[in-house]
Design a protein around this ligand. Sequence first.
Ligand code: FE2
Length: 186
Amino acid sequence: MLTGNPVFDAFVRDMHGVMDVAGGDEALILDRGRALVAALVADDGWLPEDYAQPHPEHFKQYVLHRDGERGFTVMSVVWNKGQSAMAHDHKTWGIIGQLRGAEREREYEDPVPGEPLKLRAETVMHPGDTCVVSPDTGDIHDVANAFDGVSVSIHVYGADLPSLADRRHRYEVATGEAIPFITTYY
Ligand code: FE2
């Protein structure tokens, strides 16, 4: 958890405000929350280095804020050169902002059992860029570090991800096979 950081504390406070105003209106949360995340990642200078350290074998997640009451979680996700995450769903809304480096994100259509996943869009995120995931508008993507070095993105989710683990899946893109998902905070 990251506390006592003026930039991040202000973001959390503003995010609380958005959640309170929006109630359960997910479209409104994504719209206003995305603007807040965009502002947060427009300036790279607030994230302590302790939360930006890569792991040699896999991408690494650091919990920056967890609010079980309002149901949202903020993490930094750190990718060493060459690291990636296979296609996965989230089962909650999410907003991702690129803080440092670059990440290639491929979005997929909702899966059809027994068929390969169908690519919907592919983008390379650069510092200041944002994207969203949502069970309502597109929940499956894969992500890879597209930078010749460490890449860092900030992720905001509408739930505590481990609590959703038994509902989430990873996917083999070529076959569409769904694999049960386990989220771990390293
Ligand atoms: Fe994701």
